[in-house]
Structure formats: C-alpha cells, structure tokens
Write a protein that binds this ligand. Structure first.
Ligand SMILES: NC(=O)NCCC[C@H](N)C(=O)O
Length: 416
C-alpha cells in the first residue's frame, strides 16, 4: 500500500492559515498519522507499557486508516500525514540536528554507543531518520562499531536502543491548535514523551507552519490534547485525570489568558482510569451547543471555572455541574446532551470502544466507529449525520476518530 505523499489541496476555503476556534466548525485541514512499522514493534510483553491493549495487524490498520483519510478527503478536508511533514521538516539541517538529538538517549546507550548512533543518524537522509524517530531501533539494528561496548553486549538484541512511538497514531494528543496558536503537548506517559520532540520540530521547521506561534510550553506540566475541548471561541474545557494534571490545566489557563486567546477554562476532573484517559473518551461535541456523552458521566461531571484576574493570575470558581458551567461560559441557555439512552452494559462497552469519541466534520456531521451501533443509531435519531469507519485494528490502541486527528484549520465559526 503506498503512502500519500502530497496532501490534496482543499477547495472553496477562504481560510488557508492554521486556525481552530471550535470543535465543530467545518473542518478544512487535519493532521493524521498513517500507522507504520512502529506498530510492528508491539509484542505481548511490551504492549501494556506502550499503551496498546492488543497486538494490531498492521496491514489492516493501514487499510482502516486509509479509509478514514479518504472519508475526510471526500468531504474536502486536506489531510496532512505526519510522516510526510516530518520528512519535509527534516530537510532543514536544524531540524535534522534536533531529530538526531531526540533519538539518541545517552543515559540508555552510554557515551560510546551514543556517539556511534549520533554519527550514524547525522549522516542519514530525512526518510531514514524519520523512520528511526517513529519506529525506533533495537540494539541488534544499531550500526556496527569497533571495540566491545558493554552496553551492547549486556542488552538483549531486541531491546530498544530508540523506543518506537506507536501512539503517534493519536495526533490529537501531541499537539492542539487554539485559535491561531499551537500548543505542543507535554505528554504524561513515558511511552509518549518523545512525541513532543517530533511535533516540536515539525511546527518549527516545516514550511507550512512558518510563523506558527506557540501557546503553552512543550516542557511544562502535562497537558494532552485529548483533554482539551474548544467548546466555543474563547472557552476551553480541560479534562484533569490520568494524563493532564491540575498543574497542567492551571498553567495552560495562564498561558491562554496571557495570550488573550481564551477567556474561560473549565477544569473537569475525570476518573484516573484507562477507560477515561482523556476527556474526549467520555464527551465530544457534535454541534455548536450539543455533545455526545457517556451516560454515566452526564450527571457526575463537574467543572472548576478559571478566568483571568486583574493581577494577571487565575481566579478559580466552583466546582459546579459541568453542563451548567459550560453553558454559562459559552453564553448559551443549555449545552444539550444527545441522549444515547443505552443500558449500562452497552454504554460501558461502547464507551470503551470510543463511541463517544467522534470527530466533527461540520456542525451535526461526525465520524464515528461503525462498531458502536447503538450510540450511532441514537445520534442519527437526534439528527446527527454519522459517517461510519472501521476501526477493529485502529481501536486496539484505545482511541477513536477524534483521538486520531489534529484539526489544523476549521472555518470561521460565524458560518459554522
Ligand atoms: N484522546 C485520546 O483518548 N487518545 C487516545 C490515546 C490512546 C493511547 N494508546 C494512549 O494511551 O495514550
């Protein structure tokens, strides 16, 4: 299967520079990652640590992902693939040096092997470097060298000299556009931390993102994009749980207030469980004033309301029920919850399979996994168009269409 190398240019879009103000305004450009050899690194011994629930079948996962990308292109969405933009960015010698730096972990390799790997990667072309950065490298794949490194001799040949990044698939989490600024996430789990360096160099050196101004600091307290919902222009909800920490939510709020790109941040506690690792696993927006939400969360979600104070600090109010706090901040009467009306067992099963993790293509039009039959049916009964995609393999990493997509351009909300 060949990889799309040239993103298709969208038509009829008045907006061509990155900007995202809402969850549901018409989607124009999105960053995806087509799964690659990094998934071949998963074994029953490492999949827990690498945050996968089983061992995906790569060929089928690629087919499913290609179909996902095609659904987007068919709706006139420009699809940027992370591997393509990473390779292009690595053409810049400064990005190449940053990539080599990100790959070589001297603490793991020791001075001698670190030098060997650094010099090997410094001479490699952008495609080869991108492959190592995404798929990692085992000790047996390291370049040969003179002498007898203790590190090389004592490691198992299949140990990772450079860790693979199978969760790159979930581009939602590693960066998030807020207005015309991009926040490169500070990812919480060790298995995902190196993703920050890759997104950092893409946004710094890919010509498409020249001039992109940053929000938040990539090396601040953990904030993951799956926890960040742009409820309305200037209003963010930030899940705080297994990934985003209270300190992360507070410092993101400080940063967006200082940049004047938001006026309210709702910090929403979520259970510290794998099933609810991000806010978007229990709640996503399907219309400008409507969400689909895990029924068991509907009455229990609360929010602390953060606003800027006069001293350039953050005022904290609440907690109050999330739906009330959200409607208040959005300036609407009510944030409607689409009633999926599922019995508790079906609700739990479909939540686990990312039934609530929809990606809005436009107000009232979302992409969802086909397997969540009942959630999708109830959404349609409420007037939401659901474009179904297969995800039997993609879902093994526990992420749905929203998790697998980072919107880069959405149309202005005036017409959305
Ligand atoms: N926003 C999301 O919920 N993303 C899914 C991330 C799944 C990935 N295997 C992880 O555990 O981080």
């Amino acid at each position: 299967m060949t990889e799309t190398t040239t993103p298709r240019t969208h038509r009829n879009s008045p907006r061509s520079t990155p900007r995202v103000d809402s969850e549901v305004a018409p989607l124009r450009t999105v960053l995806l990652h087509r799964p690659g050899n990094e998934l071949r690194r998963l074994t029953p011994r490492n999949n827990d640590q690498l945050l996968f629930d089983s061992i995906p079948w790569l060929d089928r996962a690629q087919e499913e992902h290609d179909a996902f990308a095609e659904v987007l292109r068919a709706r006139d969405v420009e699809v940027l693939l992370l591997t393509d933009v990473l390779r292009s960015a690595l053409e810049d010698p400064r990005a190449h040096a940053a990539g080599v730096h990100a790959a070589v972990d001297g603490r793991r390799l020791g001075a001698e092997l670190a030098d060997v790997l650094r010099s090997h990667l410094s001479g490699s072309d952008p495609t080869a470097l991108a492959e190592v950065l995404t798929s990692g490298m085992t000790f047996e794949e390291l370049p040969t060298s003179e002498g007898g490194s203790l590190v090389r001799r004592m490691h198992h040949p299949h140990d990772f000299a450079v860790d693979p990044l199978p969760n790159l698939l979930f581009t939602r989490d590693s960066s998030v556009w807020i207005g015309d600024r991009v926040a490169v996430s500070s990812l919480a789990m060790p298995a995902r931390r190196r993703e920050t360096a890759l997104l950092d160099l893409v946004y710094a050196y890919h010509p498409r993102f020249t001039g992109a101004v940053r929000a938040y600091g990539a090396h601040s307290a953990p904030v993951e994009g799956g926890d960040v919902l742009l409820l309305a222009p200037g209003v963010l909800a930030v899940g705080v749980g297994e990934r985003t920490t209270p300190a992360g939510a507070e410092s993101l709020a400080r940063s967006v207030f200082a940049d004047d790109i938001a006026h309210t941040v709702l910090a929403v506690p979520i259970a510290q469980d794998r099933a609810t690792m991000h806010l978007d696993t229990v709640c996503t927006m399907v219309g400008p004033d409507a969400v689909v939400m895990y029924p068991l969360a509907q009455d229990s979600l609360i929010a602390y309301t953060l606003t800027p104070d006069d001293e350039k600090g953050v005022r904290v109010a609440g907690p109050t029920p999330f739906l009330d706090a959200a409607a208040d901040a959005m300036g609407i009467d009510r944030l409607h919850v689409i009633d999926t009306g599922l019995d508790p067992v079906t609700a739990e099963r479909e939540q686990w399979d990312d039934g609530n993790n929809t990606l809005a293509l436009a107000p009232g039009v979302v992409i969802g996994y086909e397997r969540n039959v009942e959630t999708n049916t109830r959404l349609e009964e409420s007037g939401i168009e659901v474009v179904r995609i297969a995800g039997s393999e993609l879902g093994s990493g526990r992420g749905g269409p929203r998790c697998m997509s980072c919107p880069v351009i959405r149309e202005s909300t005036d017409n959305g």
